[in-house]
Write a protein that binds this ligand. Structure first.
Ligand code: S3P
Length: 435
């Protein structure tokens, strides 16, 4: 691997590999880190968070909590967060969420019940992402929100909230979390019904910080007026970051990958089923649970063939962050990959359907684009090409993995985007890929 700096962004050149072997412990899960940052910043007392995500996105959440009065200190590998005891300060300036949709949407729920005005801004990509989805439930609860054409800049005028019964129209853990965080502070009970069961880190994190919530007949219920207490926690490794290396391990017959302390919360572990279905042989060792989150050591080898897969329905929602890398290795499968019901991919950090299609074609692959997914035939030979990351971290990393089996070198433009969730990605890729 080598790096090239262009005028406005940096490129990384990824050369093909002969195998993929080694053992790593991944930085903390991005989704869990966001929630711990927010709830620790809101709680009474000092929380100690170890193996917190190294990605830029969760740092945006910490930065916003700091701007609203939480105190932070890094002590060795631990971040100590002293919370505001449930009263957030109106920040002096805008709350800068950077590239992070999670920060903007979940924090909107947390501040909706607070006195004051909170203006959220983000980078170019975040500024075009849909925010109406949180405005609707939060306004029903009694907050007032100003959006700019349905997007950020977004101002939340906080105030007294009342509980609502909310039927979530889209599968989104961020929207669910915004409503839960508002419900925690509302008058009465808030209940939420999800059409698809999304990641449940907020439910576990709220309970860990001392809140009571229950699931009755498929509805989540949280009573308002609850106070949170600080915790000590170690964040398990990030499954969505692991997905890149798991897919790389599928590309080579004699691969062997060991991932220590990886988060295997069942609402996030659909990727392990995909790896098995595509021919990976997985062993799960040393499973432990802390604060409701399961973690374990995962060993993966590849079986005889790299099989194709069909992904749709509920599965597509549960694998939403992993679909780009599954698509990127699809041409190398026997049988191909078909993805449907994944329209949400179009409103992530980039239009991930369009960019995956464009970049697969740049490597010479045949692919059919659909509004809600794509069909990628198997048995294809890819050649190294020039990849446009669209400054999207998951596109960057997905195509670095596709490059490992391509003929010739691949240049990934805008490769620094990986730092949004996984700054160490290229260093570890280089260690694990056998050349
Ligand atoms: C996340 C939920 C998902 C996911 C995002 C993280 C979370 O987004 O794509 O990377 O931490 O709750 P949606 O809630 O928009 O589906």
């Amino acid at each position: 691997m080598s790096s090239v700096v262009h005028a406005s962004s940096s490129s990384v050149i990824v050369s093909p590999a002969r195998g993929f072997r080694g053992s790593v412990m991944l930085p903390g899960d991005k989704s869990i880190s966001h929630r711990y940052a927010m709830l620790a910043g809101f709680a009474v007392g000092t929380s100690r968070l170890t193996n917190f995500s190294t990605g830029a996105d969760p740092l945006s959440s910490l930065g916003c909590m700091k701007a609203m009065g939480a105190k932070m200190e890094t002590v060795g590998k631990t971040i100590e967060v002293t919370g505001t005891g449930g009263v957030l300060r109106s920040p002096k300036g805008d709350l800068d969420c950077g590239n992070s949709g999670s920060t903007m949407r979940m924090l909107a729920g947390l501040v909706a019940a607070q006195k004051g005005t909170f203006t959220f801004v983000g980078d170019e990509s975040l500024t075009v992402r849909p925010m109406e989805r949180i405005r609707k439930p939060l306004e029903l609860m009694g907050a007032r929100m100003d959006l700019t054409d349905g997007h950020a800049p977004m101002t939340v005028h906080g105030g007294k909230l009342r509980g609502i019964d909310f039927e979530a129209p889209i599968a989104s853990a961020q929207v669910k979390t915004a409503v839960l965080f508002a419900g925690l502070q509302a008058e009465g009970v808030t209940s939420i019904a999800e059409s698809v069961r999304t990641r449940d880190h907020s439910e576990h994190a709220l309970r860990a910080f001392g809140a009571e919530l229950e699931r009755v007949d498929g509805r989540l219920r949280i009573a308002g007026g609850q106070k949170l207490k600080a915790i000590d926690a170690t964040v398990p490794g990030d499954m969505s970051s692991a997905a890149f290396f798991l897919c790389a391990a599928l590309l080579f017959e004699d691969s062997n990958l060991v991932l220590d302390s990886l988060g295997i919360n069942p609402t996030r572990a659909a990727m392990l089923d995909v790896i098995s279905a595509m021919g990976g042989v997985i062993k799960v060792l040393d499973v432990a649970e802390t604060h409701g989150e399961m973690a374990g050591t995962i060993q993966v080898n590849r079986g005889r063939v790299l099989a194709g897969i069909d992904i749709g329905g509920e599965r597509a929602a549960q694998l939403i962050d992993e679909l780009p890398v599954i698509a990127a290795i699809a041409p190398y499968t026997v049988g191909g990959v078909r993805i449907r019901d994944a329209k949400e991919l179009r409103v992530k950090e980039s239009d991930r359907i369009a960019l995956v299609v464009k970049n697969l074609r740049a490597m010479g692959a045949e692919v059919v684009e659909h509004e809600d997914g794509m069909d990628i035939p198997g048995g294809q030979v890819l050649r190294g090409g020039v990849i446009d990351s669209g400054m999207d971290h998951r596109i960057t990393m997905a195509f670095a993995i596709a490059a490992l089996r391509a003929e010739g070198e691949t240049e990934i433009r805008g490769a620094e985007a990986a730092a949004i969730s996984f700054p160490e990605f290229f260093v570890w890729l280089d260690e694990l890929a056998m050349r």
